[in-house]
Write a protein that binds this ligand. Structure first.
Ligand code: ZN
Length: 161
C-alpha cells in the first residue's frame, strides 16, 4: 500500500505508525522519510552540512493551514532560504539568522501557499547514495521550493531588512 503526501506529492509506503507533525501538513509516510533523512544528517557530519536547508525546505513544502505556529514557521523558514540563496548568509549562520528574526514576529503574516510546491521531494533526498549527492540535492530542493514562493520574495526581503 502506498500513500501520497497531500502537500509535496511524494508517494511512500503506508506508514504503520501513523505519526505526523503537529502543524506541518505531511502524510505519515512522508514524515517518516523525513525522519530517516534527518537521522542520516545527525549521524554524519558530511550530510549534516546542509541540515538547515533540509529543515527549511521541508517546512515550506508542507506549510499547513493558517494559525499562529504555521505563520511563524512559514515566515522563518522562508526567510532562512532567502538568507542563504539571496542574502549570502552561510548555512552555519542560518539558525542565528532565524533567531534574530523571531524578535520581529509581530510583523509576520500568513502567506497563502502557492499551488506548486516543487518537483523535488523528500523521496529524492532519501534516495541519495552519497553525502555529496545528498548535499547537492538538498541545495537544489531548497532553491526550487524557495522559488515556488517567489510572489513573497519581496515581502520576505522586507521582513529581513
Ligand atoms: Zn510530503
Amino acid at each position: 500500500m502506498m500513500d501520497k503526501c497531500s502537500s509535496c506529492g511524494a508517494e511512500t509506503p503506508r506508514s504503520t505508525t501513523g505519526v505526523t507533525h503537529a502543524y506541518l501538513d505531511a502524510s505519515p509516510g512522508c514524515w517518516a522519510r523525513y525522519g530517516e533523512v534527518l537521522a542520516r544528517e545527525y549521524s554524519n557530519a558530511q550530510y549534516f552540512a546542509v541540515h538547515a536547508i533540509t529543515v527549511d525546505a521541508y517546512a515550506i513544502q508542507h506549510p499547513g493551514t493558517e494559525g499562529p505556529q504555521t505563520i511563524n514557521s512559514v515566515n522563518l523558514h522562508l526567510a532562512s532560504l532567502y538568507g542563504y540563496y539571496q542574502n549570502h548568509v552561510e548555512i552555519g549562520q542560518l539558525s542565528q539568522f532565524k533567531s534574530d528574526l523571531t524578535k520581529r514576529k509581530e510583523q509576520f503574516r500568513w502567506l497563502p501557499p502557492p499551488q506548486d510546491l516543487g518537483s523535488i521531494t523528500i523521496n529524492n533526498i532519501w534516495q541519495a547514495d552519497t553525502a555529496e549527492q545528498h548535499c547537492e540535492l538538498v541545495l537544489q530542493w531548497g532553491e526550487i521550493v524557495f522559488n515556488c514562493w517567489r510572489e513573497y520574495h519581496s515581502y520576505i526581503k522586507e521582513i529581513c531588512s
